[in-house]
Design a protein around this ligand. Structure first.
Ligand SMILES: [Zn+2]
Length: 638
């Protein structure tokens, strides 16, 4: 994810705020009295006197090192008025980092990356579960582990699921020699395909939205990023990938790694398309992967992704309860701190599973009564017996947007079934008409200012969005909308809602800061990508105007891949094999083909040894038909 640039940006932010010190319109503001009141109401509702989670997060602490991503400004002081008190609590818990003994034989390093890395003692060495996002963060955690637990070899790797914060650091743990020697790498069925392709076709827009969601562009302070809900944030560095040697497809399947028996519990298409949990009889301990966490997770993520199946998710948690009953003393996850004791685990799994089930069932109950997604999300009240458990709070996913996700899963979210919403005008057109009907920009701003004083921040954001889309140069409107988003951020219990609102405020006040574009994939992942996936992505880049009237077929030998692609009707299609009647034939390595498409080299640079192209002019024309995607596109302005 795009995390390597927040430092540069926070510096820019400081410079901008200094140079604009006369006009305070675009400065960060304090919490309003209304925001303070909203936050103190929540502080009174939740059982903050219960500090068991703090004991659990510190239990078994061995040591820490400079690899920790903890935020130094977060301490046990009282909640700042600019942070939701429940989120502040979570940010303190996620700040507790280092090497911990989970139970004798199982160790975790927490707070070195978004996820945890877990070490399980085998007969001859250590089995590593979920080796973090980057080789750098994995190496730092391995160094800390080695310092305190010795130099026994790594004898196995487990990837619990196909998200990069759980496998990207694998080459920081395994050497090339380990990989050659066939150290067992165990993963759920479809792990590899999902890991390399899950976000490929929509990668650019997801990446840009992720820059909002994880707060990468924000300073780390009481008015900026305080947490990411699942952990402090994603580590910076180089991701890697190694193909599993063994995949698991059935619940109840058993497999021995370095003499330790693992029993697997499948959770496919819950939090990730490929995911499992597992139990180890020897340790009376289980991993809940990322299915069960100390937060409500996302049924739909703000960065955008396919909507997840809440019913399957609820059932996976229910199944885990029966699977682990009467034999599990320790439950640890790939995020947050473990849970100990059979009664605690049982209650946790019951209430956490019930929350997902409640969200699913109640959304459909109300949908069947004719309510639509925004209405349902506004109206559903979570029972106190579920809502007062901190692990059921929405630090990452929220009740509000997860209800909308359930609706989306069953009915689609683009339309609520009301014909008034069936064929709406696009945002700029609608904005211009609204502003005119409201009596012009100034009048709309004056009225919105009154609404702001009353604490109607959601309404202010909506009205000012019309003014901004009608006239993106109206800085007064942008500043007022930014102020309202900021108060919404200060009230948000969800770290990702907070980050989204604050980043919106930042870009409304200062415009989009164009920074170096983050690389979406690592060389390992790009190398591993099947050529057909690559062609699917190429098809998404085809510009319809440029390809109007073009009828072209190309027999392509790209490395070992032999495909014939066709462009007709402004559509790119492909089939396996080289067709002899193709208009054009080319032969080159994948590397050269990639460089040509990325415009890093041109055809003229290539010698006869590098490539064979039957008609260079035609091929040149073909290469010019594709769009490049701009990463820093506008979000809060048209
Ligand atoms: Zn994760």
């Amino acid at each position: 994810m795009a995390l390597n640039h927040f430092k540069i940006l926070s510096l820019l932010l400081v410079l901008t705020t200094i140079s604009c010190s006369k006009d305070t319109g675009n400065l960060q503001k304090e919490a309003s009295d209304i925001t303070k009141k909203v936050n103190s109401t929540l502080a009174q509702y939740l059982p903050f006197e219960n500090t068991e989670d703090f004991d659990a997060a510190q239990k078994g602490f061995i040591a820490n090192s400079e690899g920790s991503m903890s935020f130094t400004f977060i301490s046990n002081q009282t909640t700042p008025s600019t942070v939701n008190p429940s989120l502040w609590r979570q940010s303190q818990l996620n700040n507790i980092s280092g090497l911990f003994e989970v139970t004798p034989g199982i160790y975790q390093i927490r707070g070195f990356d978004l996820a945890n890395i877990t070490f399980i003692k085998g007969n001859t060495g250590w089995i590593v579960v979920d080796p973090l996002t980057t080789t750098e963060s994995a190496q730092k955690s391995l160094d800390l582990f080695r310092k305190h637990k010795g130099n026994a070899p790594i004898t196995g790797i487990i990837f619990t699921h196909s998200h990069i914060d759980h496998f990207g650091g694998v080459k920081g743990i395994l050497s090339e020699k380990d990989i050659k020697n066939g150290v067992p790498i165990v993963a759920p069925e479809h792990f590899f395909e999902e890991a390399i392709s899950e976000n490929l076709l929509a990668g650019n827009v997801m990446g840009r939205r992720a820059s909002y969601m994880y707060g990468n562009l924000l300073p780390k302070d009481e008015k900026g990023s305080v947490d990411a809900g699942l952990g402090k944030g994603v580590a910076v560095g180089t991701p890697s990938l190694v193909k599993p040697t063994k995949t698991i497809s059935k619940t109840g399947e058993r497999y021995f790694i370095d003499g330790i028996e693992f029993e697997f519990l499948m959770a496919q298409n819950t939090e990730a398309p490929a995911e499992f949990m597992f139990y180890m009889p020897k340790y009376k301990a289980a991993s809940s992967a990322e299915v069960i966490n100390h937060t409500l997770h996302n049924l739909s993520t703000l960065r955008g992704a396919k909507t997840r199946d809440s019913l399957l998710w609820a059932k996976a948690i229910q199944t885990s309860k029966a699977f682990l009953a009467n034999r599990t003393d320790t439950l640890f996850g790939s995020h947050h701190w473990p849970t100990w004791g059979q009664n605690n685990i049982d209650e946790f799994l019951t209430k956490h599973g019930d929350l997902y089930k409640y969200i699913h069932d109640q959304t459909l109950r109300m949908a069947n009564m004719g309510y639509t997604l925004i209405e349902i999300a506004e109206d559903i009240v979570i029972p106190d017996s579920l809502a007062k458990e901190f692990y059921n709070r929405g630090y990452y996913g929220t009740i509000n947007h997860n209800i909308k996700a359930v609706y989306d899963f069953y009915f689609g979210a683009w339309w609520d079934g009301n014909p008034a919403n069936l064929y709406k005008l696009p945002p700029v057109d609608v904005a211009k008409k609204y502003v005119k009907f409201m009596g012009g920009e100034d009048k709309a701003i004056t009225m919105a200012h009154n609404s702001f004083q009353k604490g109607e921040y959601r309404w202010v954001v909506e009205v000012m969005n019309h003014v901004i889309f009608a006239n993106p140069n109206n800085q007064k409107a942008k500043n007022l909308s930014a102020d309202a988003m900021e108060q919404l951020a200060y009230q948000s219990e969800s770290a990702v809602w907070r980050a989204y609102f604050l980043t919106g405020a930042l870009e409304l006040r200062n415009g989009v800061q164009v920074l170096p574009t983050p690389q979406p994939g690592s060389p390992d992942m790009i190398k591993a990508l099947p050529f057909s996936n690559f062609l699917d992505f190429l098809a998404v880049r085809l510009n319809p105007k440029k390809s109007t009237g073009i009828n072209l077929s190309i027999a392509m030998s790209i490395g070992t891949n032999k495909y014939t692609i066709t462009i007709e009707n402004s559509v790119l299609k492909y089939q396996i094999g080289l067709q002899s009647d193709a208009d054009l034939s080319i032969t080159m390595s994948k590397d050269i083909f990639d460089q040509l498409l990325l415009k890093q080299i041109s055809l003229a640079d290539l010698g006869d040894k590098d490539a064979t192209v039957s008609n260079k002019e035609e091929f040149q024309k073909f290469m010019s038909l594709f769009d490049d995607f701009e990463f820093w596109f506008n979000i809060v302005t048209p």
